[in-house]
Design a protein around this ligand. Structure first.
Ligand code: HEC
Ligand code: HEC
Length: 410
């Protein structure tokens, strides 16, 4: 068990907050310790939002472009859209600032909490609501039994191939590490349908999926009503199988492997997500560098771990690469900020540490988009993050600006 975390917190922060003789914890007292975050060495080739990863082979570049075309294709009823769905293409939600990005579009989850237990009301079509339909008879509603609903905002896919290549063991090690301020963090254990393995979840607000193919094949079914080899059974509107039988006119699975390419559309769009470059970063100004130091000193970096590294990989594009995502990919009890939905390992109050890369293009913030600004998002932290939130609140206005300038640059 390592106690290293404790020694990295400057004494003036551990006493009563940040106040020192000069009024605030003097920046000079923050010396860089081994293991402190260094801002991501910028990639050798600089990329823009929506670009492919640098260094792809010609075949990989083709797969990226074919996958992007699939991601952007509007689906129709005749190829299997619906009977209930949330939108008619991936890009309809994942749109900004480039295809594969985020948007303000939210989806709705519901459930029933009784005696402290969460019931996703699966037999009534939960926990995910499909708000659109190919015929009004299929319209899905939040059932009267539900006593909890939550909105979840669309997240961006930039850099997710690198996130996928981070070894489970690295995330498990972060969970075991001893941390100050009452911060813990637990691994999301999920069953990955494509590989039939139990893996460390890392995608989604609740770290509910471990692989891109796992997430995407689920999205084809649950966001568009397109069944596939991993999810061959269509969602019945509010659980009504009679209605489903009448209105589901395309044979399942709707996505099948094309013998020419040996791939289905779930595989094509997965190539796109896998090869999407991380968000671009900007050079840190002097103020942003001060903010970077504060980010580490007040404990943000305990959860928002600046850099994880991919495992050794036969493909050089993913081989031992730094991934500057600013997340430990662990679940934390966020108290009042939790969304009230239990999912897999994640309890009702647990949320995955949101990655912070590309923050300047992904607002509004937090799982339901309730925070218009980064400042508001920080102030809404609770539960395990309550101490670091308090330390943020006690920074001087100048220091807060420096921290925000840093967050705007990553
Ligand atoms: C109705 C809007 C909508 C559509 C359509 C949609 N998504 Fe999403 N997507 C979301 C939302 C909302 C989330 C966050 C969900 C959560 O964590 O509960 C998400 C998350 C993701 C993630 C995880 C990203 C991360 O940060 O971990 C992936 C991958 C993804 N979507 C891929 C797809 C693909 C591929 C398609 C098309 C088959 C698709 N999505 C269609 C709204 C949508
Ligand atoms: C205990 C772990 C933990 C600590 C400590 C922590 N965060 Fe977070 N942070 C999270 C989680 C979990 C979320 C996602 C919460 C949600 O939306 O429900 C999050 C979300 C955010 C977001 C919004 C990201 C988005 O895309 O919407 C920002 C910005 C942020 N954190 C900044 C900070 C800063 C700055 C600090 C230090 C003052 C900090 N966090 C400390 C766990 C933590």
């Amino acid at each position: 068990m390592s106690y290293a975390w404790f020694f990295r917190i400057p004494a003036c922060l551990l006493s009563i907050g940040l106040v020192s003789a000069s009024g605030h914890c003097a920046p000079e007292s923050f010396s860089r310790m081994p293991g402190d975050p260094v801002l991501a060495s910028s990639p050798a080739v600089s990329t823009q939002f929506g670009d492919p990863l640098p260094g792809l082979t010609p075949d990989q570049l083709i797969a990226f472009n074919v996958g992007k075309a699939e991601f952007n294709t509007v689906k129709t009823k005749s190829i299997g859209l619906g009977p209930i769905f949330n939108n008619n293409s991936c890009v309809a939600c994942h749109s900004g600032p480039a295809s594969g990005g985020s948007s303000t579009i939210v989806v709705t989850r519901f459930g029933l909490v009784s005696n402290g237990q969460f019931d996703p009301l699966a037999e009534l079509g939960g926990s995910l609501l499909q708000s659109k339909f190919t015929d009004p008879v299929c319209r899905e509603v939040i059932p009267a039994q539900a006593n909890v609903t939550a909105k979840r905002q669309t997240t961006p896919l930039f850099g997710l191939g690198l996130v996928e290549a981070i070894p489970d063991a690295a995330i498990r090690a972060l969970a075991l590490k001893r941390k100050p301020f009452g911060i813990q963090g637990k691994v999301s254990e999920v069953f990955d349908t494509p590989t039939s393995q139990t893996r460390v979840g890392r995608f989604g607000w609740k770290a509910q999926q471990a692989t891109l193919l796992g997430f995407n094949s689920d999205a084809y079914l649950n966001e568009m009503g397109i069944t596939n080899r991993f999810h061959p059974t269509e969602n019945a509107p509010n659980g009504n199988t009679a209605v489903l039988e009448t209105y589901d006119t395309v044979a399942d699975p709707e996505d099948v492997i094309d013998p020419q390419t040996n791939k289905g559309i779930v595989d094509l769009s997965t190539d796109f997500g896998k090869f999407l470059a991380p968000p671009p970063t900007t050079t840190l100004t002097t103020n942003a560098r001060r903010g970077q130091r504060l980010f580490s000193q007040i404990g943000c970096a305990i959860c928002h771990v600046p850099t994880l590294t991919t495992a050794s990989n036969a493909d050089p594009v993913f081989d031992r690469k730094p991934v500057n995502l600013y997340s430990d990919l662990l679940l934390h009890d966020m108290g009042t900020l939790g969304d009230g939905i239990a999912q897999g390992t994640a309890g009702m109050q647990d949320m995955k540490t949101a990655p912070l890369w590309g923050l300047n293009a992904s607002g509004p913030y937090l799982h339901d988009g309730r925070a218009a600004t980064v400042d508001e998002a920080i102030r809404a932290h609770d539960g395990e993050a309550a101490r670091t939130r308090d330390l943020y609140n006690r920074l001087s206005a100048t220091q807060q600006q420096q921290l925000l300038e840093f967050l705007n640059s990553i």
